[in-house]
Design a protein around this ligand. Structure first.
Ligand code: NA7
Length: 537
């Protein structure tokens, strides 16, 4: 590899869903681009999180690209919810089908991206020693791509193998007959633990905060159902784009207490049987009215009592202290059922204090010792800003992004940030991203980014940059909208507001207004001549 800088129109950081779509679109619009990714294969999130049971909780046909009808018709999703291997295969297929790989550099970590005030260009450097110079720096880095630092007391003493769900060994792990500890009961833990339990000799699950877990009811897809979707795919995509969640959900317009207790229970039952995140659409006020939220929370707690045979364990698995949804609700398979297995023990860290990990296992404050042959960490991510903070990003006058965001990330519409011209951020902080179908959120941003680049090319413009005022206002809007919901409530410590990381500035990061309102806002900004952005020749 040479150190002579390679000139392109755009450097794309990341080759997951966002990076791949960007590459496709940029090429189609006549731009030269290169995508740089740390992974050995494309796929981003779906490359790294290859732990057993890893699966998306948005329907396969919606969690996929809508930009090419040939791709849509050709690709066969086999299950209601796509598994990690299937998603990884899909994204690899996209890279091959559109010959994107010639512009992708894998196993390449971006170490720095610096804006030059004179040339108005970005210089991007990698750990491979390569340098790229580009007018645009496009951050397709994902919201959950940097794991949270390990903060489990004494874990450094433990000498056995430790596996993280977020960077699972490619060859897999054989837990047959082993004594395993699993820490973390968010989406990753809830998906991995039932699978590991099937293999392990003994599995000890350490739970700090109980989560609301809704059954996925994943299943193989019926060919007639698939044929029907494919026959009407355009309508489905348009409909998805017209729904706040960015995918089709049968949301009930009624509020929880305008119906009788019996009717409400029946509706919850019906949706529990149907499974998946559509459960949240049972009533329109579940996420805005505490009483409605209590009703759905009570329902889930009653289900835990029904499923889990040991009353103490059932009690420990019940979430309290925050509204359902304030922590991302989890969609899982056999989560509660797993605790009826003889080889699974739940250690409720709210009831039993952990003294710390030891060379061979762990010790509880009451003196109980455990020995483990392996430990699994599903302890979460430094969400949204994590990937940015690992790079040395400098904008005008050499100002660092970490410094600019020291009080929390600030963006205008999630797309750009003041002082960092021509740096676009794809579906991350300040956008519907994780609160909607991520792929729909990505499509919005990729389209707007490339449209803006086209506009700049047509108008002979050199830079676009968010204003400081606009981004202050947007941060406020994002916070205000979040405050209209129950999302920020309770002791949930959610990564939505950086609360899972000690010392991280706490602001609500994703935009809770949904895909449609967000698109309307962008359209207004665009029609008002990119209001809140400064464009310069
Ligand atoms: P999450 O949702 O952040 O979950 C992390 C889990 O790990 C959660 O249960 C945490 O408990 C637990 N945790 C973290 N640190 C510790 C320590 N030190 N001790 C005990 N338990 C700990 O991450 P996921 O990877 O599961 O999911 C992230 C997103 O990916 C998910 O929401 C989907 O969007 C896909 P806590 O709640 O902090 O008490």
């Amino acid at each position: 590899r040479s150190s002579t800088p390679t000139e392109v129109d755009a450097v794309v950081v990341g080759a997951g869903f966002s990076g791949l779509y960007l590459l496709w679109k940029l090429r189609k619009h006549g731009y030269t681009a290169v995508a740089l990714d740390k992974g050995k294969e494309v796929g981003g999130t779906w490359h790294w999180n290859r732990y057993p049971g890893a699966r998306c909780d948005v329907d396969s046909h919606d969690y996929s690209f809508g930009f090419d009808e040939g791709l849509e018709q050709e690709w066969e999703w086999s299950e209601r919810y796509p598994s990690q291997p299937e998603l990884q295969a899909y994204l690899a297929h996209v890279a091959d089908r559109f010959d994107l790989r010639r512009d992708i550099r894998l196993e390449t970590t971006v170490t720095e991206a610096h804006f030059d005030d004179d040339t108005k260009k970005w210089t991007v450097r990698t750990d491979a020693g390569d340098t790229y110079v580009a007018k645009f720096c496009l951050m397709a880095v994902g919201c959950l791509s940097v794991p949270k630092d390990v903060d489990v007391p004494g874990l450094e003493n433990y000498t056995g193998p430790i596996y993280r769900t977020s960077s699972w060994p490619e060859e897999g792990v054989d837990f047959s007959g082993l004594r395993v500890a699993a820490i973390g009961t968010g989406s990753s833990g809830v998906q991995a633990i039932p699978e590991i339990a099937k293999q392990a000799g003994q599995l000890t699950v350490l739970q700090r905060t109980a989560n609301f877990v809704i059954p996925a009811r994943n299943h193989k897809l019926d060919p007639a159902y698939v044929a029907d979707i494919k026959a009407n795919y355009r309508e489905r995509r348009l409909l998805s784009r017209s729904m706040p969640a960015g995918c089709i959900r049968d949301d009930n317009p009624k509020t929880a207490f305008e119906v009788s207790d019996d009717e409400r229970r029946a509706e919850f039952e019906k949706r529990w049987e149907g499974g998946g995140i559509a459960f949240l659409g049972a009533y329109s006020d579940l996420m805005v009215d505490q009483k409605a939220n209590d009703a759905v929370s009570d329902f889930i707690r009653s289900k835990i009592d029904e499923i889990v045979t040991d009353p103490d364990t059932a009690d420990s698995l019940k979430p309290y202290g925050y509204p359902m949804g304030a922590k991302r609700p989890v969609v899982g398979t056999d989560w509660y059922e797993t605790f009826n297995r003889d080889n699974v023990e739940l250690v409720d860290l709210r009831k039993k204090e952990l003294d710390g990990f030891t060379e061979k296992g762990m010790r509880l404050a009451d003196g109980t010792d455990y020995e483990f042959d392996a430990i699994v960490l599903a302890t979460g991510f430094d969400a949204f800003t994590g990937a940015f903070s690992t790079m040395d990003i400098r904008g005008r006058q050499g100002r660092s992004l970490n410094e600019a965001w020291s009080e929390g990330p600030k963006t205008h519409l999630g797309l750009g940030t003041a002082g960092f011209p021509n740096m676009f951020i794809i579906a991350n902080v300040g956008s519907p991203s994780v609160l909607a179908n991520m792929v729909t959120a990505i499509e919005q941003h990729v389209e707007w980014t490339v449209d803006t680049m086209d506009y700049m090319r047509d108008q002979d413009l050199e830079t676009i940059e968010a204003t400081a005022e606009a981004q202050e206002a947007w941060v406020e809007t994002v916070e205000e909208i979040a405050n209209m919901t129950l999302w920020p409530q309770g002791e949930s410590g959610s990564w939505y507001r950086g609360a899972n990381i000690e010392g991280k500035p706490q602001i609500f990061m994703p935009y809770a207004g949904g895909i449609v309102l967000y698109e309307e806002t962008w359209n207004e900004v665009r029609e008002a001549g990119f209001k809140g952005f400064v464009l310069q020749p």
